[in-house]
Write a protein that binds this ligand. Structure first.
Ligand SMILES: [Cu+2]
Length: 137
């Protein structure tokens, strides 16, 4: 909604910038605050709040199911890939306030995603082996 179809080139540039910044972001947000919200103690949750994904970068172990919960007042559509370059890895229908969407990541890798409705909304799921997860601590 913020980025029209005509802004494809800009979106691609933003996508490239996203990839470049990816590793830095990943390390910066590798530790999720936990324990404060007992209701959602599961680590494999991305909250949609105020037009953004929280956390923007989520690290999970291969085989994990990630669930996005829409705590925003607007509907959103989770879409694998970068804005302007959907990759078909996963895609939700429109999820409205209070609804959720889940996807299971069976293979390790870096999975960028964005919101098809508000393409400035981007996030990343990093799927790692148990060994890789341990190495960071
Ligand atoms: Cu959205």
């Amino acid at each position: 909604m913020f980025t029209g179809r005509g802004s494809k080139a800009l979106a691609l540039i933003c996508g490239a910038a996203l990839l470049l910044g990816l590793s830095a972001v990943a390390y910066a947000s590798g530790h999720n605050p936990s324990g404060e919200e007992m209701e959602e103690a599961d680590d494999n949750i991305v909250s949609i709040e105020e037009g953004g994904f929280v956390p923007e970068t989520l690290r999970v172990i291969e085989g994990a199911t990630v669930t996005w919960i829409n705590r925003d007042e607007y509907g959103h559509e989770i879409t694998g890939g970068l804005p302007g370059a959907e990759n078909g890895e996963f895609a939700s229908d429109r999820i409205f306030q209070g609804e959720r969407f889940s996807h299971t990541f069976d293979e390790t890798g870096i999975y960028p995603y964005f919101c098809r409705l508000f393409t400035s909304m981007t996030g990343v799921v990093m799927v790692e082996t148990a060994e890789e997860m341990v190495e960071e601590y």
